[in-house]
Ligand binder design. Structure first.
Ligand code: DX5
Ligand code: ZN
Length: 240
């Protein structure tokens, strides 16, 4: 099996917001590949989190890419603000945008990588006409809005289906597309999620909520990497 790049993206939703700068510095020092930045508007989802000003503050604390997950409606107004605030990737839920193709273009024109997010029951047909405009597909394995929920198992066949579509796209000469999974990812299920075809793993409560008693965040992240490596028979570590 060819070595694969896996990325760990701790979600700040479970961080201590009173010490957010220290928290994001700590996960970068612990080897995280991305900061997953959950934006909720109390409209598209029943919770309210943070906006571009906080993204800009996080940007000043870390060098790793910021992966902004927009759970907002409408979407377009915020794209430029997050790009200016230092976002590297911006994903949104297709049903929250009236013009998916336009929103994807706005994100790329602002200099960011673009992705679509699918809730557990959102059909994959939204991928049909935009594969060439995507840098990432994000599959939700919980209903969005809160950290600490349980992984929904019906996401596994959906991951396999998207993996097939991404591989077919690449085989036909298309650009690389990351496949990220978000919600209920733990050390004991990450290997199964990787076997289904994911390469990028969001973990909120499993990182910020459960630092290793000895190794802190570094300990948890290395346990994630070990679980991923054992799935591969070695060689699972790496950035890119
Ligand atoms: C949920 C958010 C997730 C959340 C994941 O709406 O999009 O990123 O923080 O949290 P855990 O890993 O605790 O399920
Ligand atoms: Zn998220």
């Amino acid at each position: 099996m060819k070595p694969q790049t896996f990325r760990i993206a701790p979600s700040i939703l479970s961080a201590d917001f009173s010490r957010l700068g220290d928290e994001v510095r700590a996960i970068e020092a612990a080897g995280a590949d991305l900061v997953h930045f959950d934006v909720m508007d109390n409209h598209y989802v029943p919770n309210l989190t943070v906006g571009p000003m906080v993204c800009e503050a996080v940007r000043r604390c870390v060098g790793i890419p910021i992966d902004v997950h927009l759970m907002v409606r409408p979407v377009d107004r915020l794209v430029g603000d997050f790009a200016k605030a230092g976002a590297n990737l911006i994903t949104f839920h297709p049903e929250a945008s009236d013009h998916i193709d336009r929103t994807l273009s706005l994100i790329r024109e602002a200099g960011c990588k673009a992705g679509l997010v699918f809730n557990p029951a959102t059909p994959l047909h939204y991928l049909d006409h935009v594969m060439d405009r995507l840098d990432m597909v994000l599959l939700m394995s919980v209903n969005p809005g809160f950290g600490g929920q349980s992984f929904i198992a019906s996401t596994l066949p959906k991951i396999r289906a998207v993996r097939q579509r991404i591989d077919a796209h690449a085989a036909a000469g298309g650009q690389p597309i990351w496949l990220e999974v978000d919600g209920g990812i733990k050390i004991d299920n990450v290997a199964e999620v990787a076997r289904a075809g994911a390469d990028t793993f969001v973990a909120g409560s499993a990182v910020f909520g459960a630092p290793d008693p000895d190794g802190g965040y570094r300990g948890v992240i290395s346990r994630f990497r070990k679980a991923l490596e054992s799935r591969e028979g070695g060689g699972g570590k790496g950035k890119g």
